[in-house]
Design a protein around this ligand. Structure first.
Ligand SMILES: [Zn+2]
Length: 211
């Protein structure tokens, strides 16, 4: 009885993937549950592990693995970008200072397998696999969710703290050339998504060097 109660409580907070909280074992190693492995793509999980190994990722994983937060993560192959963290309602933003109150946020990832066309090459220092993109998506979107948890509404991209954290994490991930939230290309993939979805995340990527 006690065990059942504990396991229900364990699911009710933290970063929730496939309905279950992502956990580390006693040695600090991330252990996905069978259900998470069955119901999510390897790229999403690999991306998480890589993000959580960065210093900011490690910090944020700990920060959100408390009863105060619930981050519901879903995969959607129809999502136009690689990831999105919708702004929560105003009541959730206003509750940021009330640590007794649980706050819930949503993260949507798109782990559509990405293949480089024959003869082309990824740009140096940018993502080149689906897991790379998922690591970048976790990194960028969890920064948004962190700011929501501090009561900060959008826009975030122009903030120095956002860009500093993004650059530090992107460097650790091995993508120092990857930007988040700025794009000059009118026909940029993520720019379209920004216009249609209004969520303003642009992770410039998927650029290729021609054969
Ligand atoms: Zn963004």
């Amino acid at each position: 009885m006690l065990l059942v109660a504990w396991s229900v409580a364990a699911q009710s907070s933290g970063i929730i993937l496939a309905g279950e909280a992502i956990r580390r074992d006693d040695y600090g190693v991330i252990r996905f549950t069978e259900r998470q492995i069955r119901n999510t793509s390897a790229a999403t999980r690999d991306g998480f592990v890589r993000w959580a190994a960065t210093s900011r990722g490690h910090e944020l994983f700990r920060y959100f693995s408390t009863p105060e937060y619930r981050v519901i993560v879903t995969e959607d192959l129809n999502e136009p970008g690689i990831g999105r963290a919708p702004e929560p309602g105003i009541l959730t933003l206003l509750a940021s200072a009330d640590h007794a109150k649980q706050k819930e946020y949503t993260l949507i990832l798109n782990p559509t397998p990405w293949q480089i066309p024959v003869g082309w090459k990824p740009m140096p220092h940018e993502p080149s696999s689906t897991a790379d993109f998922m690591a970048a998506a976790w990194a960028g979107e969890m920064l948004h969710i962190y700011l929501y948890s501090r009561g900060v509404m959008l826009p975030h991209h122009q903030r120095d703290d956002f860009q500093r954290s993004w650059i530090a994490t992107a460097n650790e991930l091995g993508f120092p050339s990857m930007t988040h939230g700025e794009s000059n290309d009118a026909d940029d993939f993520d720019e379209d998504w920004r216009r249609t979805c209004g969520d303003r995340c642009s992770q410039r990527s998927r650029r290729l060097a021609p054969p």
